[in-house]
Design a protein around this ligand. Structure first.
Ligand code: FAD
Length: 310
């Protein structure tokens, strides 16, 4: 039994989500191999080889693999899939794009968003926006899994010494080509890997107030900024800050929710945070049911006071 983890990387370094995915793969039992499919990605392959627990890195290098296009990475995975009992992806935008293609081509059922490995063929995954947990047994010979990264601790990025095997890259698909990307730059920690997140909700009332009230607290705490969907839909915060069922799933050490009611779809994205602080003027707000510390207060007074105290 050997698992293949598909690495997410920028051709130079391995993204944090891959470390959690490797932990999940290790829990499936057997050896764990990591596929680094990229272009001029030798540094990423070397970094993957240093991850604790990895037995082998498989490195495919070709221009068509430079940007992780799903069609090309899928073909690369399929070229070696028969050697593996488990093919494991992070449940990120990239993993969710590639895994179903691999599962469909292998004619197996994908098990999505696993949060626990119960045995090599049985997994736990949330359903109904996290309101129930399903235990799923996969009977297919090859298990194609996506991993909810917040459910697994990251593997240590160093300490391993796996061999790196270079394999031939598959020909790039003629039907797709990479045109360009626009990446929102910001100096804050990345939302899904941040240790502290300060989030704002509809209560902020405008993008100006969101910036004026939430930013100083995030600055003081060295935090990433998040938002409820209502705040994003109203244009108070950018799309990629959305936390929740249809946004990002986060589990930081500290999550501070300011003026967020705590709808189940929001809780689905943050309730696994280690410590939750909620500031809401309504003592009955559902966010208090998951909060470790709750402050019933007007955020326009409480947050600036908190910043001052910090
Ligand atoms: P509200 O529910 O309007 O709450 C605002 C809160 O602020 C209230 O509790 C109020 O008491 C408090 N407040 C008001 N003024 C102040 C003040 N001055 N000081 C302190 N507190 C104050 N939502 C998400 O967040 N993420 C998702 O991914 C998501 N996905 C969804 C998917 C589906 C299919 C659906 C149907 C909904 C989804 N939603 C999601 C929306 C979700 O149901 C809620 O509508 C949304 O989370 C509400 O955002 P909010 O808490 O900011 O706003």
């Amino acid at each position: 039994m050997t698992s293949l983890v598909i690495a997410e990387h920028d051709n130079t370094s391995i993204k944090a989500a891959t470390l959690n995915t490797i932990t999940a793969a290790l829990q499936c039992g057997g050896d764990v191999h990591v596929l680094v499919a990229g272009h001029n990605a030798g540094a990423a392959a070397t970094a993957a080889a240093q991850i604790a627990g990895v037995a082998k890195v498989i490195h495919a290098d070709e221009a068509g693999l430079a940007h992780g296009l799903a069609e090309n990475v899928t073909a690369q995975v399929l070229s070696i899939a028969s050697a593996y009992s488990h093919i494991v992806f992070a449940a990120t935008a990239s993993g969710k794009n590639i895994a179903p293609r691999v599962a469909a081509k292998l004619d197996v059922g994908q098990v999505s968003d696993i949060t626990k490995v119960i045995s090599p063929d049985t997994f736990e995954r949330p359903i109904y926006a996290g309101n129930a947990m399903a235990t799923v047994q996969a009977t297919d010979a090859t298990k194609v899994l996506t991993v909810r990264t917040t459910g697994f601790d990251p593997a240590a990025a160093t300490g391993g010494s796996a061999a790196v095997d270079s394999i031939a890259a598959v020909a790039a698909a003629a039907s797709v080509s990479f045109l360009g990307s626009e990446i929102a730059r910001n100096d804050r920690p990345e939302l899904t890997s941040a240790k502290i997140i300060v989030s704002g909700g509809r209560a902020l009332g405008s993008s100006e107030k969101f910036t004026e009230i939430i930013t100083p607290l995030a600055d003081k705490l060295g935090a990433a900024m998040g938002a409820s969907r209502a705040a994003v839909d109203a244009g108070y915060a950018p799309n990629d800050w959305q936390v929740g069922q249809t946004g990002k799933i986060v589990a930081p050490q500290l999550y501070v929710a300011c003026g967020i009611s705590g709808a189940i779809q929001h809780l689905a994205g943050m309730k696994d945070s280690k410590v939750i602080v909620a500031i809401n003027k309504d003592a009955e707000a559902p966010i208090f049911s998951v909060a470790d510390y709750g402050l019933v207060a007007d955020l326009f007074e409480a947050v600036p006071e908190l910043v001052k105290a910090l």
